[in-house]
Ligand binder design. Sequence first.
Ligand code: FES
Ligand code: FE2
Length: 374
Amino acid sequence: MYTNVWYVAARSADLIDKPLYVKMLGSDFVLFRDKKGNAVCLNNVCPHRGASLANGTLSEEGYISCPFHGWEFNGLGKCTRMPSIGNEDPNKAAPGVKIDHYPTKEQQGLIWTFLGDDIENASPIFDIPEESDPNYTVLEHDVIFESNFHTAKFSNLDYVHLPVVHGIRFEDQDNPYRPPPHNVKRTDYGLTAHIETDSTPSEGEWEDIREKGSRVKSILKYFTAGATLRGEVEIGSINSGQFNAFYEFSTPINQTSTMMRYYFFRNFMTDEKMDDFALKRNLKNIYEDKIIAEAQEPKYGPDGMPNIVGRYEDTILKVYWEIMHEMRDKGWQIDNKKWHQMTSEGEYCVVPSIDRKNSKEKWGYPMIPRLENK
Ligand code: FES
Ligand SMILES: [Fe+2]
């Protein structure tokens, strides 16, 4: 798992007028809305005696009160009130009491949180052009994969499994199980890959819009922000202008489970009556992938590619690992072994925040350890 990434913490609709507990990167966060309605993200563990702030209440000022002794914190994690000392200044009574807070951005119907201490060097949140295009209609779906997030990601970031798992064959190849060359490129946001092929026409209602033997193009993009995969297929054929595009945002809950949130956009058959069918079609592949991912070993996810296929088949994964290893070499990867050891000795650790980097003061809980940068 990596710090210094913008992750999707929740959908906007999930955060109304109560605090919301969210587990990410194996750590605990609370989301709530301040007085202006802006989303706030704090570490969930009270610096006094460790109660869960998500079980607390929100004040009229939009601050959060701990459910144990009522200490109140603002959106920047500063203690604003301690009921037991009345109107006295809490920062005099208990100097330096504060909570790690994490920047948030609310866009595309999602609440993004920046989990780390080096925001300047992180990959920014990207645009979703379909969102503002009136020709598109969108469907949503959320599902937890009980697998490590690399494993969950690989279940889709890959052309080679398509014929085997999903029955999508590459009819123009001598071997319909071998996808055409992938054309993978490293980009500033992550990577992009595309293939052009004659593929098996879709079954069901979408069948009508693809002529057998026509060529289709499929483009995959991986964005570091949100560990997001975008997949696009021009579903009729090249130049048909009929696109099915999905976005898969992945947030590690912990090392062995991953929150997968989806947007499915389409600009054809946009009538609401087609929604059930469209959702079913999109989910078919995802739930086929889920079965594979959840049964895969090792459970804590691979780190690299010991079994690379020699030609181009695994090029996407090779580039994916280059991106991951760059993050590791910047010192952003969580050191699970060390963390596990600290936890087993009774420590509670917190995802490092920007405030922590800028402040030499003592914090209540230590930081989650990260692998040394090279
Ligand atoms: S544990 Fe939160 S105020 Fe005491
Ligand atoms: Fe898949």
